[in-house]
Write a protein that binds this ligand. Structure first.
Ligand code: DGJ
Length: 741
């Protein structure tokens, strides 16, 4: 963080405002704060009213450039006040502010006006800063936390809201941060979906008014994901053309929160674009008693001058280096086998052991037993909540299976769904009050289950307790942590009526604290966040979980499109991708094992097929490709991803390339989904290689259509490129390039 002028206390500002009134003097006296990282600069200052005003966010400025001091923007006729026109870093609702506020408060006396002014800034080294704001008359303080990553330029922002009034106040809206882009034409990119159809990338022009993307479901949700990217539309001749995959300016952000959330993307009447994001204000209120404070989640955001591809590469790098549990160096995920699609609930000792033997024979690293092993779980009607090993299915407990898995050279993982309960369970019979509910009202079941109210301390302790016991008594390396419904009737009658809505914060905080305690007590444990597929994927949960399950839909073609969408926001390191059976259970589509394997090899590979039905040839194919995958996995999951050909918009082709950070290796995948009218696969010009180094091509699968050199320079692969021999339906190819000494 750099400050151009010495820090000015609010009293100085007020004195200056009262006694000068001269614009030139103001410019000299108000402080400007500047954060530089990667290829971007972020700056804000204090304007003459004392508001914290956004000054700049974009490509990196010169080290000696002076950013002009903040001045509020003028009133636009009498209808749009200067307060509403001036972009603030964190605006309270009050003082004639009409656009989306960051914070909205009701005081005990009915006052609902909140105007936040600058008090002081405290630098925390060159990369971070804390700014204290205070209401103009009431004892409500907001500390804004800023830090910037030196490598990627990604900013982390959050707010801490403190009530120093003598009486409680009610927060009705509390954002983590607000971001402002200066007037222009922009395109919004965001991810939506549904069960078995997650990760659709939507792109639409930003017009006047507000666009809301959100979850009201208590958790992140399948419907929309807390990520956005806003690309600038070129106004040059032939335009407007929005920034594309590799060119143009893009501002992007992701919220680290696994509860209900909301982004409001708003074009103001002066054509600025403001993004406000944090706790979802819908059905929200948070009572802050005197002396209490509320921390918001962290809202990460960055800037790319290399289009959406550049934006996602920055995010991937940041997630690996700063978000994931083992950052900065999370190890590539083990290749797993999971029994769900093979057996569903019909798990038992002999059946799992037989699958484990087969999985080990193809080079799998981790064997995971899915749903069905506990309580009286025969199907989805019973058992959730009763976390004892089912004695009929596993008469000797889990130990014999775990030992067998270990003897085969794999580690062992287990499915759990800790936050849920079936009404048909001993737990519910004992504690019917433990679920989210409004007393005397119906309790809506989904998948025959109810949601335990994790905001309650006793429920939180129960969940942590049974998981701790499970992990202490069994040598378990991995938990697949599932969550198969959204909230309904989110009542919490244990606390007073005006505090019940704290459930939206406390539930998720307690979830995070369970993860955190378990990881402390069992430092080797690894966890997957699964929510009936990709219903709980966000940068909040990824601080505690090593991987996520993007979708229950494992069809390899659908997955190519979903993987494309997923990687705009999240690194392939966390993107678990299983190879399952053909024809696929969801759509009846038949595909070859090679096609399915290559589709899954774009992420962190897993096998979820029924190995009891595989032929000798299937085992040989899988063994060969798992071995090839192991060799290049670090590049695929940690490298720089280039989407060479997008599978979106019903494209018959798709291709990705990943280049290792040191440019020593590239891995390329190509897929044709259905050749039409004899059209050939597009010529592939690779990216991100060192033009002057020589690279040797090795096929993992497939060949080129035209003669191609075995060794050629990076310049050759990037400029001349190559033509894959890919024709027909559901065909795939993959190769690697290795830099030659
Ligand atoms: C939903 C998950 O997404 C599936 O992979 C599987 O674990 C089932 N739940 C088990 O009930």
């Amino acid at each position: 963080m750099r400050m151009q002028k010495s820090q000015v206390h609010i009293s100085c500002l007020l004195a200056w405002f009262l006694f000068t009134g001269c614009v030139v003097t103001r410019a000299a006296e108000t402080p400007v704060y500047r954060l530089d990282g990667g290829r971007s600069t972020y700056a804000f200052g204090v304007n003459e009213r004392g508001e914290l005003q956004t000054l700049y966010w974009g490509g990196r400025l010169g080290p000696n450039d002076q950013i002009p001091a903040a001045h509020s923007l003028p009133e636009w006729a009498s209808f749009d006040s200067s307060h509403t026109n001036t972009p603030q870093e964190y605006a309270g609702w009050g003082g004639g502010y009409f656009t989306e506020p960051a914070l909205k408060v009701t005081f005990a006396d009915g006052n609902r006006d909140l105007v936040l002014h600058f008090v002081k800034a405290t630098p925390g080294g060159s990369q971070s800063l804390e700014v204290l704001l205070k209401d103009v008359s009431r004892e409500v303080y907001v500390t804004l936390h800023y830090s910037i990553d030196a490598e990627t330029g990604i900013l982390s922002r959050s707010a801490s809201i403190e009530n120093r009034e003598k009486q409680a106040i009610l927060l009705e809206q509390a954002a983590a941060a607000q971001w402002t882009l200066f007037p222009g034409r922009y395109t919004l990119n965001y991810l939506t979906g549904r069960w078995a159809g997650e990760w659709t990338l939507n792109q639409e022009p930003i017009n006047g008014g507000a666009r809301v993307i959100e979850s009201r479901r208590g958790s992140t949700g399948h419907q929309a994901n807390p990520w956005f990217a806003i690309s600038r539309d070129s106004q040059k001749a032939g335009g407007p053309i929005t920034a594309d995959e590799e060119d143009g300016e893009v501002w992007f952000g992701a919220l680290a929160w696994s509860g209900s959330w909301r982004f409001t993307i708003e074009q103001t009447q002066l054509d600025e674009v403001r993004v406000t994001g944090g706790f979802n204000p819908f059905d929200f209120s948070y009572k802050l008693n005197a002396g209490d404070h509320l921390e918001t989640p962290v809202f990460y955001a960055g800037f790319s001058d290399h289009g959406l591809g550049g934006a996602s590469r920055l995010l991937h790098r940041f997630e690996l280096a700063h978000v994931l549990p083992h950052s900065p160096d999370p190890k590539p995920r083990p290749v797993i086998y999971n029994s769900w699609e093979a057996t569903e609930f019909r798990v038992d000792e002999a059946g799992q052991m037989a699958l484990a033997e087969k999985a080990a024979s193809i080079g799998v690293d981790r064997f995971v037993m899915d749903d069905g092993w506990f309580g009286q779980r025969k199907d989805d009607h019973a058992g959730l909540g009763d976390w004892y090993v089912n004695p009929q299915k596993f008469p000797h407990g889990l130990k014999p299976l775990i030992e067998k898995v270990h003897s085969l050279g794999m580690d062992f993982g287990l499915w759990v769904e800790p936050e849920m309960v079936n009404p048909d369970s001993d737990l519910y019979r004992k504690h019917p009050d433990w679920v989210l509910n409004f007393p005397g009202r119906p309790r809506s079941e989904q998948r025959n289950q109810l949601v335990l109210n994790l905001a309650r301390a006793d429920v939180r302790d129960y969940v942590e307790g049974f998981l701790d016991k499970l992990l202490t008594e069994n040598d378990i390396a991995f938990l697949k942590w599932d969550y198969n419904r959204n909230w309904s009737e989110p009542g919490w009658d244990q606390v007073p009526a005006d505090e019940q809505r704290r459930v939206y914060v406390q539930f998720t905080r307690n979830l995070y604290s369970i993860f955190s305690e378990l990881r402390k007590k069992h430092p080797k444990i690894e966890i997957e966040s699964c929510s009936g597929g990709g219903g709980r994927v966000d940068l909040g949960i990824l601080q505690f979980t090593d991987e996520v399950w993007p979708s229950d839909n494992t069809d390899p073609l659908d997955r190519l499109v979903m993987q494309d969408g997923f990687t705009y926001a999240y690194t392939p390191q966390v993107m678990m991708a299983w190879v399952t059976d053909s024809p696929h259970w969801l759509n009846g589509r038949s595909t070859s094992l090679t096609y399915r394997m290559l589709s899954s090899m774009q992420g962190s590979l897993g096998i979820g097929a029924n190995l009891n039905h595989w032929t000798e040839e299937d085992f040989a194919t899988a063994k060969r490709l798992i071995s090839a995958y192991h060799e290049v996995q670090p590049t695929i999951v940690r490298g720089s991803l280039y989407r060479l050909v997008s599978p979106r918009n019903n494209s018959p082709f798709s291709s990705t390339e990943t280049v290792s950070r040191d440019q020593s290796q590239a891995v390329v995948f190509g897929f044709v989904h259905g050749t039409q009218e004899g059209r050939g696969f597009p010529f592939l010009q690779l990216q991100g290689l060192n033009a002057d180094s020589n690279y040797k091509l090795t096929w993992i699968e497939g060949k080129t259509l035209l003669p191609t050199p075995e060794v050629a320079s990076g310049a050759w692969w990037m400029n001349h490129g190559l033509l894959l021999d890919l024709r027909g339906d559901f065909k795939a190819a993959a190769f690697r390039l290795d830099r030659q000494p």
